[in-house]
Write a protein that binds this ligand. Structure first.
Ligand SMILES: [Zn+2]
Ligand SMILES: [Zn+2]
Length: 159
């Protein structure tokens, strides 16, 4: 499939599923491997990975195009176009787009740090996971207001 075919395909999906025209450029990018596609906020263009098409076929690729078009149309309409926005989630579900896309900054954020400590209630046994060390005497159990102890998850020692 050529870029011209892709362009025509994206324009058709845009009209059929969104009822709005796609007025920018859609091209293949062979260097896109970890992600199926991406949307560029500055140029409003869309790039699609040809590997996706080769490996998963037109049906999956169409879902990725729909995902990118959700970013595209919502962004141009001044609506919530990011993955976490309800506008985006609603539109994506409506048109049946793929949930996956690693193109936008929020997906590039590092994974949260692992839990290193646990607060344990001495009366009811409730456990609260924590990433940082903290003073258990300053807090109470959220369930029964009992006293808490802090445990390090790496070592078994109470700290
Ligand atoms: Zn996305
Ligand atoms: Zn408790």
């Amino acid at each position: 499939m050529t870029d011209e075919h892709l362009q025509a395909w994206v324009e058709k999906i845009s009209l059929d599923s969104f009822g709005m025209p796609f007025r920018h450029r859609a091209t293949f990018n062979r260097r896109l491997k970890a992600t199926g596609g991406r949307y560029f906020m500055k140029s409003h263009n869309i790039e699609i990975s040809p590997h996706q098409l080769e490996n998963y076929g037109t049906e999956e690729t169409e879902k990725i195009i729909k995902h990118e078009l959700c970013h595209y149309h919502l962004h141009l309409l001044g609506r919530g176009y990011r993955h976490r926005d309800s506008d985006f989630k609603l539109l994506l579900a409506k048109v049946g787009g793929s949930r996956f896309c690693k193109s936008l900054p929020e997906r590039l954020q590092r994974k949260p740090a692992p839990y290193k400590y646990m607060l344990k209630c001495t009366s009811c046994g409730m456990e609260y996971m924590r990433r940082r060390r903290m003073n258990p005497s300053k807090y109470r159990c959220g369930k029964c207001a009992g006293k808490l102890i802090l445990k390090g998850l790496d070592s078994k020692n109470e700290t």
